[in-house]
Design a protein around this ligand. Sequence first.
Ligand SMILES: Cc1cc2nc3c(=O)[nH]c(=O)nc-3n(C[C@H](O)[C@H](O)[C@H](O)COP(=O)(O)OP(=O)(O)OC[C@H]3O[C@@H](n4cnc5c(N)ncnc54)[C@H](O)[C@@H]3O)c2cc1C
Length: 130
Amino acid sequence: QGRSVVGGGNTEWGLTGPLFLPQVMLGGAWFTQAFGDPAAVTPATLLQRAQAAAQEQLGLAVAPARSILLLLQACIPQYTLGHWQRMERISRFLAEQRLPLSLVGASYAGVSVNDCIASAKAAVEQLLGG
Ligand SMILES: Cc1cc2nc3c(=O)[nH]c(=O)nc-3n(C[C@H](O)[C@H](O)[C@H](O)COP(=O)(O)OP(=O)(O)OC[C@H]3O[C@@H](n4cnc5c(N)ncnc54)[C@H](O)[C@@H]3O)c2cc1C
């Protein structure tokens, strides 16, 4: 999974621009299968795989001027098989039972910040009777 940012700099990492900042997220639930033990995998292995993905998926032929690697374990929820059907059942149940409960956040209807904001807005509108 990747995304790209084109900009004039990045204060968080002390970079000055103009910049093209592709970001690659690797692994998830398949991390161990793909790379082995997170504690034992070398940064070079992960960087090489990230660069190959950026080359293949974004068409980036040039090597990066600088790479930053962060290994974050268990940081983004990944839905298990049947998640959306389960969510439908839960929503139906909450409506049928008229339970005063809103499920909002990355565990339910999309992990991106945008998804979380959208589901929060929808929940508030529903609470306000919209
Ligand atoms: C490294 C990383 C990079 C990401 N990059 C992007 C990106 O580029 N674009 C994008 O769209 N999304 C990105 N995401 C995903 C997105 O940031 C998260 O999915 C989203 O912020 C989750 O929002 P949330 O409100 O569900 O949970 P959180 O933002 O985790 O909020 C939950 C809050 O509840 C608090 N809390 C927990 N337990 C309790 C408790 N018992 N009592 C009271 N408070 C409690 C926590 O302290 C926290 O403040 C990224 C996530 C990570 C981890």
